[in-house]
Design a protein around this ligand. Sequence first.
Ligand code: GDP
Ligand code: IMO
Ligand code: MG
Length: 423
Amino acid sequence: MSVSVLVGVQWGDEGKGKIIDVLTKDAQMVVRFQGGNNAGHTVETEDRKFVLHLIPSGILRGETDNVIGNGVVVDPVGLAEEMNALVARGVDVSRLQVSSRAHLIMPWHKLLDAFNENKASKGKKIGTTKRGIGPAYASKANRTAIRACDILKPARFEALFREQAAEYNRIYGPLGAEKLDPDTAWKEVSAAADQIRPYVKDTVLSVNQAAKAGKNVLLEGAQGAFLDIDHGTYPFVTSSNTTSGGACTGSGLPPRAIDCVWGVIKAYTTRVGEGPFPTEQDNATGEFLRTKGGEFGATTGRSRRCGWLDIVASRHSCMVNGVDLLAVTKLDVLDELDEIKICTAYKLDGEILPAFPADVEDLARVEPVYETLPGWKTSTASARSMADLPENARKYLARMAELLEAKIGIVSIGPKRDQTFTV
Ligand code: GDP
Ligand code: IMO
Ligand code: MG
């Protein structure tokens, strides 16, 4: 029985949803601790495909408690829609809890996100999901935000809502941001809040109680290490701590409660949105990975940028996350390649860099140093153990683990639940 954190160690979309779903088979609680509905976590069961945005990926297994923790920013309208869509497909959402301490994404946050992105000049755009994430976390840091506990006091909630909607129109209207009609917006938000109210709980308590009772608790990270507000490729990041440290602040669990950190890593690299990406292959290789890997955003549908595995980046994020075990996904996407490259070092102005650089201007200029490994040219989709894999695929995984100084615990060779094996 243990508490495990699962995080993406690249730029998001590593397959976290799939691995959470697999691990949930043996868990009693799944907790989201940061981000919001900017996430898109895909779970393919035997015959159905689901994309979760805000609701933990454990919701598809009936017996699991699913918690939206205090570190998450919650769009009540988005959450109500996601719940309704799941219920319409026969999924039971009664075991959902929303932290009373979670901050809310309000309509003006979404308008501000779009306004900021649209007015940003080339090179300054972040390529956000326009879900209002950054402005909602900014309100939290400004100490002006509305929280889920305000939903429990409807009169206070409405007063705060109207006051802040008017403030938004007053400040941003003259700057050219889209005006908000407070009555229409309130109607939509209050209907969603009415639906969510019964799920608002003191989750800091329920999560700690579950951990103390020796239940298996899984903390589901969203995004990836290089989108972390502190450790990512700032400013081309999201606005939360996506690394394992965020699991404590975003759930209320103390650091000593964490027994294991899973790092999910794609067998190659992808990134969606703007910002430097040293191993990007803006060529036929990138196109091959995009097509074979179905690399289109689960939230926005945007094409994901694709490239080779980047050890310099992933080694840095394994260090920051304190990864105990790696879950390697999408190995099957490499099946047809003649040879596969791994970036083992960065050169800047002719010198090998000792570490992953802090400055994105430097990162944009680094020259990746590659090691080339032979492909295996065999389908891995039906492998159910290391022994089933072709020798060159085993060698690729072994080299990855060696370079990352980490142990592989799970290998995923397809999107379905059963296309997974433990090592
Ligand atoms: P997440 O955001 O980390 O949960 O990842 P996404 O769901 O955004 O993107 C991962 C995509 O890869 C989804 O379409 C998954 O169904 C798919 N996927 C996950 N694991 C594998 C795998 O091992 N092989 C293949 N081919 N697809 C996978
Ligand atoms: P999951 O959980 C990949 C990216 C956006 C943009 C940047 C900031 O599915 O891995 P935001 O809307 O958060 O302010 O956008 O972060 N981004 C993601 N990229 N996977 C995600 O989530 C992402 N969530 C945000 O594309 O570059
Ligand atoms: Mg995703």
